[in-house]
Design a protein around this ligand. Structure first.
Ligand code: ARG
Ligand code: ZN
Length: 845
């Protein structure tokens, strides 16, 4: 059954208050609800339908009188008065058998909830839609030491606790946690002087991994006050770490619930990348308090209203806390790795989708990351000052609302007087625009013209694309490498448009799409000499990196398609940048990284070539050997000069140095020099260095012993053991990868019910490009076998992992038919979930 944006109608009733009582029990939890409804004057359809799934209805009453509603698998319908009334119900649910991890479930003996998007209907009968908002009072009865819900704490005593949330919220922001937890406490005073109690709640034994998250929370609270003027609005803010969680984290009002991998951090067990991600996710969920909770979404089609904006805000935060260009480069790498394949394949959908079957399938890179890019473009177009004015107006006008993208666009129009009709196409048109640039130089008149054209290939359901507004940041350099024209924004609005510069003494070198000012594919007809020039001279750090990346990519493509040798221009340029100690270490490490095999497969497909996974694998390996060769004399110094001094700190500087040193160590490994990796593995006092050393040893086929040692050292730390699974599945030799991954799924510590472990193993395997795409099809079969096994247990995670197949049409016909057979086998599975059914059907096309 497909749901359409155009069919939106408001619910027939409004809610004045919700009282919930939970009598907790692993298999027979009772949920009592008392809800005050009244007719909604703005609604015409007065059907009283309450969502409800997998509930046993014990009793239902209207205004105290017992009734017998009409109950289906999806909910119930009752006859209600055309006047305010009180609905009461008692239902029974079984949290301990809820393996889908949606609604109320148990993880390691603790009760917890996940209600976004439509999980509340597995807790009690309710209008489970984001435009129905209410204040909630909750009473929890249970033997657990800690009983938590949203809002501020009320009465509590032996075996019970009460909570009351004064802010109206939709049901998807409801949360409950009960368990024998311990807290890492903290405190924050808001700018208007209000004291807020902070807590991170964890299982006993994890309390030593909370300090970093607590600091990140305080930094986020301060940042949102300073930058967006947003203050926290309750007496308490709780974060809870849960081991079994489908996603990263959830912004429930006043009670954020986190996948433990996204909050627990320590020097010995977390990498620098983990620290940065944890800081960003804590910020993200905290920022939702305003962008998501105080202003929520009218319906799930508007998901990007809260997610795109909140991702944009957390990226601003990370850029402020760390390095702006490094954050931008990291985000663009991730966008190209995750969003571009989605946007250009069978799962392509607009930032604001117009139809879906299962909303959980639309928590995508397009909604989140492209959604954030769209906000970045809007900010670029209107300028910083107008952006923050518009945001102030948004918060003022829509506080307490369930809003739409139209509301969002309108505040920008009202603030700036701009007509944003065309800009709105970014929300409705799917696909990645291609922007081509042609240069024209007239020496006599000193005139330089850039001729731009844009086009977007058809995507499922959208054959014709209209031109979009594309903010193109650009500058000009002269042949000496000086910037003569600093960055300006060219607003492209037509399919074809030109920009002319006059009065130039010499032909300039343009630097186009600086900072990746729009999520497009830029096609420029430029040669390697030009790229090398930009790599050496561009003042825009993003484009400087991009020039190096393009050189690497083209060199790899020539190696793959033409058996060419690694490009000396690239290697020389790389050597110059990497040994330039005036550049920061993190940036040099990014320069040294090369495109992934998956990215190369995409680049080849974009050129109309069929990617050959084995050739890509071989070329990637050869290029890194060539890099090691040209840098041979520099690697030892790069390694030792970048060992951070003093105690470990996961900040930008320390992380950058470790990243660069670890790359040097890996390249030394390519030259057969394994002593640095062996020594580092044995002595590292932090996970970043330990796991990088392990990876180097494994890559060089010298890791057997270290893999065992690592397991012995960390077998009682589940998050570290996830890394252990992931590293082996992700790095296994392509010819053995399917066997290695299969053996890992038979390991005593493999547990398909734990999404982290499942993803660490099978997700990492699917990311082992040449292994997963092995010509035998063993990789495809292994993944399909496990998706079929997981689907009845956890549909959401199964459906998400189906995306491993989304690029299948890139490959040769033999691989395509192997994949098709697996997809059809999944689809033919009896009782397949709606989630997986929708994904597989769309992928098949
Ligand atoms: N709103 C959460 C976040 O981005 C994501 C939760 C999504 N959960 C889901 N089951 N679809 O922070
Ligand atoms: Zn979010």
């Amino acid at each position: 059954q497909t749901i359409y944006l155009k069919d939106y109608t408001p619910f027939g009733y409004l809610i004045d208050s919700v009282h919930l009582t939970f009598k907790l029990h692993p298999t027979t939890t009772r949920v009592l609800s008392r809800i005050a409804f009244r007719p909604n004057p703005d609604a015409t359809d007065k059907t009283f339908f309450l969502h409800g799934e997998q509930l046993t209805l014990i009793s239902a009453k209207i205004d105290g009188a017992e009734i017998t509603p009409e109950v289906t698998d999806e909910g119930l319908i009752a006859n209600v008065p055309d006047a305010p009334f009180v609905w009461e119900a008692e239902v029974e649910i079984s949290p301990s058998t809820n393996t889908a991890l949606e609604g109320l479930y148990m993880s390691n003996g603790m009760y917890c909830t996940q209600c976004e998007a439509e999980g509340f209907r597995k807790i009690t009968y309710y209008p489970d839609r984001p435009d129905v908002m209410a204040t909630f009072d909750v009473r929890i009865e249970g033997d657990e030491k800690v009983l938590l819900s949203n809002g501020n704490p009320g009465a509590s005593g032996d075996g019970f606790a009460e909570w009351s949330d004064p802010w109206k919220k939709p049901a998807y922001l409801f949360a409950l946690v009960a368990g024998d937890l311990v807290n890492h406490p903290g405190q924050f005073t808001t700018k208007s002087g209000k004291d807020v109690e902070l807590n991170i709640w964890v299982r006993p034994g994890d309390d030593g991994k909370c300090a970093f998250g607590m600091q990140a929370l305080k930094d986020s609270m301060k940042w949102d006050e300073d930058v967006y003027g947003r203050e926290y609005d309750l007496d308490i803010f709780n974060i809870v770490a849960v081991d079994d969680f489908n996603m990263g984290a959830m912004e429930n009002k006043g009670l954020n619930i986190f996948n433990s991998s996204c909050v627990l951090a320590s020097q010995a067990t977390s990498t620098d990348a983990d620290f940065e991600r944890i800081e960003a996710i804590i910020a993200h969920e905290y920022f939702h308090n305003w962008t998501g909770n105080r202003i929520t979404c009218r319906d799930w089609f508007q998901l990007c209203l809260k997610e795109g904006l909140t991702v944009f805000r957390d990226a601003q935060f990370t850029a402020d806390m760390r390095s702006e260009p490094v954050k931008r480069i990291d985000d663009v790498i991730a966008l190209r790795a995750r969003q571009f394949p989605e946007d250009q394949g069978p799962l392509s959908h607009p930032v604001r989708p117009e139809e879906f079957q299962e909303i959980n399938n639309f928590y995508t890179a397009t909604v989140y990351e492209k959604g954030a890019e769209v906000i970045g473009m809007l900010k670029t177009l209107v300028g910083d000052e107008a952006y923050y004015q518009a945001l102030d107006l948004y918060f003022e006008r829509h506080d307490g609302d369930a809003a739409t993208i139209e509301d969002w666009i309108k505040v920008f129009e009202d603030c700036t007087g701009r007509d944003l009709t065309q800009f709105k196409r970014w929300y409705s048109q799917s696909g990645t625009p291609k922007v081509s640039v042609r240069e024209e130089w007239q020496a006599e008149s000193g005139t330089f013209t850039l001729h731009f054209s844009q086009s977007t290939a058809p995507t499922p359901g959208q054959d014709v694309k209209d031109p979009r507004v594309i903010p193109i940041a650009l500058g000009l350099l002269n042949p000496n490498g000086d910037e003569t024209h600093p960055t300006r924004i060219f607003e492209m609005m037509e399919a074809e448009q030109s920009l002319t510069f006059t009065g130039l003494g010499a032909r300039p070198i343009p630097s186009i799409l600086r900072g990746f000012s729009a999520p497009v594919m830029l096609e420029q007809d430029i040669d390697n000499a030009r790229r090398a020039f930009l790599l050496a001279h561009d003042t825009d750090e993003f484009n400087r990196w991009e020039a190096g990346r393009d050189l690497a990519r083209d060199s790899l493509i020539n190696m793959i398609l033409k058996d060419a040798a690694p490009d000396p221009a690239y290697l020389d340029g790389l050597k110059r940048v990497v040994t330039d100690t005036s550049l920061d270490a993190a940036y040099r490490a990014l320069m040294l990284a090369q495109p992934t095999e998956t990215e190369l497969a995409g680049a080849l497909a974009a050129l109309g070539e069929t990617p050959d996974p084995d050739k890509i694998y071989a070329a990637t390996k050869a290029l890194s050997k060539a890099k090691a060769g040209i840098l041979a004399d520099d690697l030892h110094a790069l390694y030792s000069d970048n060992q951070p001094q003093g105690p470990y700190t996961p900040d930008a500087e320390g992380s950058g140095k470790r990243a660069l040193a670890n790359m040097a160590m890996a390249l030394l490994g390519r030259l057969g020099q394994l002593d640095p990796a062996k020594a580092q593995f044995a002595t590292a006092d932090n996970m970043t260095q330990q796991i990088a050393a392990l990876a180097t040893l494994v890559r060089e086929g010298a890791g057997t012993e270290a893999v065992q040692d690592f397991y012995d050292q960390w077998k009682s730390d589940r998050l570290v053991i996830d890394k252990w699974f992931g590293l082996q599945a992700g790095m296994a030799d392509p010819d053995q990868a399917a066997e290695v991954a299969k053996a890992l799924t038979q390991h005593a510590d493999f547990d398909m019910k734990n999404p982290n472990r499942f993803r660490a193993t099978l997700g990492a395997f699917a990311g082992n490009h040449a292994g997963f795409h092995h010509a035998t099809g063993a990789g495809y079969k292994l993944l399909a076998d496990w998706l079929i096994k997981l689907d009845p247990v956890n549909p959401q995670t199964t459906a998400r992992m189906c995306t491993a197949f989304q690029t299948w049409k890139r490959y040769d016909s033999q691989r395509q038919s192997l994949i098709r057979a697996e997809l059809e086998r999944i689809l033919a599975t009896e009782g397949l979930s709606r989630d997986t059914h929708e994904m597989v059907t769309r992928i098949l096309g």
